[in-house]
Design a protein around this ligand. Structure first.
Ligand code: GLA
Length: 373
């Protein structure tokens, strides 16, 4: 959980923005809620490596240097992340780590980096993608510093199959998200189903940084979403046990954004210690099968089951959506206490199934707790 500069700021980053963002994470309670990694994405880099072959920072954007910035972030009790790329150049054409993996890993460790996002642009023809991630994974481990390794390979070589082995702790499963409903439907709802078996503690599917609260502004602003669409987005990311990287300008976020990102019920689901990624239980068929009414379920460590009912349809009004105990592995006769995960309110005790009306482009997230004894 953290914040990344790319979605809103793109090239327009500097140390003032990063420090202000860190302060806002603290002041708003988002850091306390778990958002601790402050990550600078692409376009932090200087034009040349130094005499020792090390990457340098853009002196205009980061005049104090990255090590000093990391130290100030650490002094606030937060963690600091940075970006590089497995190719010769980054996606925004800056110097990158191909052929410099050990030097760059060492440099990042010396600077106090806690998180490395590692992209996949400008990889030399014929180079083997998984090998490049394995190389950086090894180089990071050799530094002895605890650095979270975030592969941004867009799913090209199915990183869910080899990412963990290559030392990655999370791996992007798709291309880039943009801030609109179609993108959330495509990346979140269409393209994650079927990957749940590959996620777990120390290795997570990453459907990209969040666009919650962007409302169409910024680098990947593309029309924006309504609050209930952002709720669908955030609830799904929590159910999927995805990394939760905030992408909006937290300095200017509204109350709806803050209370969604800090929602205790949804974060409990996201951060549950069992670390299971929700499975789409309806429709159950093959992974590319589309439905406007998907239902996701995520078992939690204490025996509770989190269920997301998503109405993705464009029709008027509400649709009745529900979940049958049978599809969750629960005995049909078992009484379950059903509560609303978002509001925390108890709905009641039910047997066999539960349903309710869900407005279009909206979601309900339920907690089903078996009543035992
Ligand atoms: C790629 C990544 C994005 C971002 C940009 C930076 O497109 O997928 O998340 O890091 O590069 O150039």
């Amino acid at each position: 959980m953290g914040w990344n500069s790319w979605n809103t700021f793109g090239a327009h980053i500097d140390e003032t923005l990063i420090l202000q963002t860190a302060d806002v994470l603290l002041e708003t309670g988002l850091a306390e809620a778990g958002y601790r990694y402050v990550v600078i994405d692409d376009l932090w880099e200087g034009k040349e490596r130094d005499a020792q072959g090390r990457l340098t920072a853009d002196p205009h954007k980061f005049p104090s240097g990255i090590a000093a910035l990391a130290e100030r972030i650490h002094a606030k009790g937060l963690k600091f992340g940075i970006y590089s790329c497995a190719g010769t150049h980054t996606c925004a054409d800056q110097l990158a780590s191909y052929g410099h993996e050990e030097t760059d890993a060492r440099t990042f460790a010396d600077w106090g980096v806690d998180f490395l996002k590692y992209d996949f642009c400008n990889v030399p023809h014929g180079a083997h993608g998984p090998t490049l991630y394995r190389r950086m994974g090894q180089a990071l481990r050799q530094t002895g510093r605890d650095i979270l390794f975030s592969a941004c390979e867009w799913g090209v070589n199915k990183p869910w199959l080899w990412g963990r082995w290559a030392g990655c702790h999370m791996w992007r499963t798709t291309g880039d998200i943009v801030d609109n409903w179609d993108s959330i439907k495509d990346i979140g709802f269409r393209r994650q189903a079927g990957l749940e078996l590959y996620a777990g503690p120390n290795g997570w599917n990453d459907p990209d940084m969040m666009v919650v609260g962007m409302y169409g502004k910024g680098n990947v602003g593309a029309g924006g979403c309504s609050d209930s669409e952002y709720l669908c987005h955030f609830a799904l990311w929590c159910l999927l046990a995805s990394p939760l990287m905030i992408g909006c300008d937290v300095r200017a976020m509204n109350d709806a954004t803050l209370s969604l990102l800090a929602n205790p019920g949804l974060l409990r689901i996201s951060q549950d210690s069992l670390g299971v990624q929700a499975r789409r239980i309806a429709p159950e068929k093959d992974e590319w099968d589309w439905s406007d009414f998907p239902v996701f379920a995520k078992p939690l460590a204490d025996g509770t089951i989190a269920v997301g009912l998503f109405n993705l349809s464009d029709g008027d009004g509400c649709n009745r959506m529900g979940v049958a105990w049978e599809t969750l592995g629960l005995d049909t006769h078992r009484a379950c206490l059903v509560s609303d995960a978002i509001s925390g309110e108890t709905i009641g005790e039910f047997r066999g199934s539960y349903s309710e009306r869900v407005p279009k482009h909206d979601a309900r997230v339920l907690l089903l707790t078996p009543v035992l004894g």
